[in-house]
Design a protein around this ligand. Sequence first.
Ligand code: ZN
Length: 83
Amino acid sequence: MTETRHYSDCAVHNEPAASAGPCDCGGYVPQIKSLNLQLETREDGGLFVWSDDVPGLILSGPDKNAVLEAIGPALAVLLPYYT
Ligand SMILES: [Zn+2]
């Protein structure tokens, strides 16, 4: 099931700085799609992860496992802006 979402600057998100107002962004329905993740091993053995499909997703660190574990939470934050 899909539901309408609102862009971050929509009036429905004005709280708590101001009163929330009626939608002024038109809303959008998120679409599920595929995305490509790029993984590259760093010179120090760490990992660099990014995705051309999610421009804000850039993860890098010396601990490969820590970087891999951060992908899920990072996508959870970023995907609503791109889907
Ligand atoms: Zn809206």
